[in-house]
Design a binder for this molecule. Structure first.
Ligand code: ZN
Length: 378
């Protein structure tokens, strides 16, 4: 018999091994972010268990960042690191248990379909080949990675500035899959929605706001332990250079619409969260929000407005969040987009749950609500 082995020494690899004595009772702990307490993301390779019934117990799941995230959740697995499928998973309030009989000696398990730094660089490279894209490096992260901004379209007087940022929370990999789908469509010269939008807008896209946290296998923070989506009021180059650099660029060029893509651990739906709690929230912004949502509802069955976050009370928004800060600073439409780690309960997929591919489709589809509001942004 082969002794089971687990390894994590690769991009976004993360898990702590407690016991590998018996493949029917592999004991693991979810590993916290490198400099913060948040623990939810895992990604590892299991070897030596082909054809054998495997049970993996995540002993500390009940003490993770979002214990409710494990209710109705199923882990993803892959043999080739390209195709990720869901595997039977249960949660009793304390431990999460994943069971499977691997078909090969090597299988990867993860919280959600990973999006590696190599794939990120390939995405930048894909964009770089297009004539109407300028790849700008805004500066470096604490680990020395480039903060990349894609400027798409010809800047001209009167054109709207539309921002899309993603993955402030690095474990929310669906956010970068979303950007990939968005980019493939906006860079498709035959797509009529893209062509119409590029007549009226310049797009500023940050595919990965947190490349260090992503490579380190963090759920929510950068290399210094900063939750970037709480840094927008007073970022510093020492603690949150990612936000500092992007925010500086926003102040330089302006913002007419901003979308910030995320994943939600708990709710099995796609939804948006807006700026209703901002002190500067007006009927004009509210009307833009409603128009955006209505257009998305009308064009994507994967979007819904019934389930989402509790709305902020008037004037009580947390202005350290990107969406609220941008909406307040630029008096513009700003939305946080949330996708599920679990599945879309309105359109479930037994085999894959919510996935990278479905996130890409949603990202391509978001061009339609943008088109619906672009003439009214100012
Ligand atoms: Zn998030």
């Amino acid at each position: 018999m082969t002794q089971p082995r687990i390894s994590t020494a690769f991009d976004s690899g993360a898990v702590d091994v407690v016991s590998l004595a018996d493949q029917r009772d592999i004991q693991l702990n979810i590993r916290p972010d490198n400099a913060a307490e948040f623990a939810q993301w895992f990604h590892f390779r299991l070897q030596g268990c082909a054809g054998l019934p495997v049970t993996m117990r995540f002993l500390n799941a009940g003490q993770s960042a979002y214990p409710k995230g494990w209710e109705g959740y199923r882990a993803v697995a892959s043999y080739d690191r390209q195709h990720w499928f869901r595997v039977p998973t249960s949660f009793d309030g304390k431990e999460m248990k994943v069971t499977m009989t691997p078909m090969a000696q090597s299988v990867y398990l993860a919280y959600f379909e990973p999006y590696s730094h190599e794939r990120h660089l390939d995405l930048i490279g894909f964009a770089n080949e297009h004539d109407n894209v300028e790849v700008q490096c805004l500066g470096q992260t604490l680990d020395g990675r480039d903060m990349e901004l894609l400027v798409i379209g010809e800047p001209a007087e009167g054109k709207r500035k539309v921002w899309l940022i993603a993955r402030q929370h690095p474990g929310e990999t669906m956010a970068e899959w979303f950007v990939e789908g968005f980019l493939e469509r906006i860079l498709d010269g035959d797509d009529p929605v893209s062509r119409k939008l590029l007549e009226q807008c310049v797009f500023y896209v940050v595919p990965n706001m947190n490349p260090d946290g992503a490579a380190r296998g963090n759920l929510r923070t950068n290399a210094a332990g900063a939750n970037l989506n709480r840094e927008w009021q007073s970022p510093t180059m020492e603690r949150s250079p990612e936000v500092f650099l992007v925010r500086q660029k926003m102040l330089e060029v302006g913002v007419d619409l901003c979308l910030d893509a995320h994943g939600d651990e708990n709710l099995p739906y796609n939804f948006v969260a807006g700026c209703e709690g901002n002190p500067g929230y007006t009927a004009r912004i509210e009307a833009l929000e409603e128009a955006f949502k209505a257009a998305w509802l009308a064009t994507s069955p994967d979007f819904q407005t019934e389930y989402g976050y509790e709305r902020d009370a008037k004037g009580e928004a947390n202005l350290t969040l990107a969406t609220n800060w941008v909406g307040q600073e630029f008096d513009c439409l700003a939305y946080t987009i949330e996708m599920p780690f679990k599945d879309n309960a309105n359109l479930p997929d037994e085999e894959y749950g919510w996935s990278g591919e479905r996130s890409k489709k949603l990202g391509a589809g978001v061009l339609l609500p943008v088109l619906a509001v672009v003439g009214k942004l100012r």
